[in-house]
Design a protein. Structure first.
Length: 100
């Protein structure tokens, strides 16, 4: 799905950077499949971030990889997390495999 919003991108990104609201505001959707208050944020470069929230079925995804750190959409990692890439200045790509 794609949404085009007339909004300040900084406010949109700010709401993604915390997860404590999920169990209250999304209790019937994401709140039923994600761990509470758990998030990993990785800086990809000076301007871009990856935001990852583990799902309840998370099992150290990708641990079995040997010599190749690349993750593809077929990797178990994406069926065990919800991951959003924030690319400067105003691009957000969310991957939540339950919708595929």
């Amino acid at each position: 799905r794609e949404w085009v919003l007339n909004a300040n991108w900084q406010i949109i990104v700010e709401t993604f950077l915390e997860t404590y609201h999920v169990q209250f505001l999304h209790h019937d959707t994401l709140g039923t499949v994600t761990h509470k208050n758990v998030v990993a944020v990785d800086r990809l470069d000076q301007r871009s971030l990856r935001h990852t929230v583990p799902l309840l079925n998370f099992q150290e995804a990708g641990k079995e990889k040997h010599g190749n750190d690349r993750i593809t959409l077929q990797d178990p990692f994406f069926s065990q997390t919800t991951t959003t890439y924030f690319l400067f200045p105003n691009v957000a790509i969310s991957i939540f495999k339950r919708f595929f």
